[in-house]
Design a protein around this ligand. Structure first.
Ligand code: UDP
Ligand code: MG
Length: 318
């Protein structure tokens, strides 16, 4: 599909307690929007779409006031904090009928907004999904770097396909967003879904800066929960791991049993403590771990079966 006319673009910005950085980010994005319109890369009615993910600070007021002076800023307020992934989904699904393509970008603009122009070029050349990929992880702290690399490796070895060093900075065509709407899962891990959708895709490389103002909304807890979401939504590897460790512990205990028996038969004194405690702890540990992992999958099924709404809209600014 090659578009000849400039597309109508929505830049979708999830915002959670971003009062410190949002005014600056909005003016930078509006500047970019103006430039792209002037260069006829996008249609004049392209716009910013801010999704307020149930912020407790002045975020919504900032969006609202900006909308009043500049209608190119539109907004959606969710009824409560639904999480980054759901906020992105809400923005995309809510705007899908009005646009030709959308770019999602974090409110702190750590991702390079100038990559958007290149994304648009790829879109014009027929790409339906353009992934923003970080060319390096220089601006990350050691801990973030380590956890990120470990996560991508783990996902890869578990058989889930995700694009290395790509987070949620991407361009999506209208067709892709339509397809996304058919993925009804409550346990949402967007990065994994786009590789499942298919179509022509491409990558744009950029350098990611550090957050200029405010602090990260991805606490360690949210990071672990996102990684766990990604792993268990796209891979059965943890269940297979249980099977393998179960089999291993079975053979180890078999060996131990033979050892204990032969010691008894050949009348060597066995110190009972070690031979009893070691297998009890070992097998007990593995069993608890296994039940935990199975429980996680069960909880996921439980959540999916309930089929609850993934986000609830409060107010919309058109
Ligand atoms: N965010 C959100 N809901 C949340 C947490 C974060 O909408 O529950 C948004 C946040 O406002 C930002 C983006 O998700 O636009 C990424 O968050 P952040 O920059 O804090 O994450 P980091 O870059 O540190 O991974
Ligand atoms: Mg950030």
């Amino acid at each position: 599909m090659t578009e000849t006319h400039p597309p109508r673009l929505a830049i979708i910005v999830p915002c959670y307690n971003e009062q410190l950085i949002l005014p600056d980010s909005l003016s930078k994005l509006l500047g970019l929007l103006g430039l792209l319109i002037k260069e006829k890369k996008i249609r004049e009615n392209s716009f910013l779409y801010c999704v307020d993910d149930g912020s407790q600070d002045q975020t919504w007021e900032i969006i609202f006031n900006k909308h009043r002076v500049d209608p190119r800023v539109k907004g959606l307020r969710l009824s409560r904090n639904a999480g980054h992934q759901n906020a992105l989904l809400a923005g995309l699904l809510n705007m899908q009928d009005q646009i030709d393509c959308a770019v999602t970008i974090d409110a702190d603009l750590q991702d390079d907004i100038h990559a958007i122009e290149e994304m648009l070029q790829h879109f014009q050349q027929g790409s339906e999904i353009v992934y923003g990929v970080r060319s390096s992880r220089k601006t990350d702290g050691f801990f973030k770097w380590l956890t990120a690399v470990a996560f991508y490796k783990l996902m890869k070895h578990s058989g889930a396909e995700i694009v290395f060093n790509h987070a949620d900075f991407r361009l999506l065509s209208r067709r892709t967003i339509e397809q996304l709407s058919h993925f009804k899962e409550s346990n949402l891990f967007l990065r994994g879904i786009f590789t499942l959708i298919g179509f022509k895709t491409s990558k744009v490389y950029y350098d990611r800066g550090s957050r200029a103002l405010g602090e990260t909304k991805y606490t360690l807890r949210k990071m672990i929960s996102l990684a766990w979401e990604g792993l268990t939504s796209f891979s059965q590897a943890p269940l297979e791991f249980i099977l393998i460790s179960g089999a291993l512990s079975f053979f180890v205990s078999l060996g131990l049993a033979i050892w204990v028996l032969s010691a008894k038969i050949f009348a060597h004194p066995v110190s009972g403590w070690a031979s009893i405690m070691v297998p009890i702890c070992f097998i007990g540990g593995i069993q608890l771990l296994s039940i935990g992992v199975i429980g996680e999958y069960l909880a996921k099924i439980y959540l999916e079966v309930k089929n609850r709404p993934r986000y609830i809209k409060d107010t919309e600014l058109h």
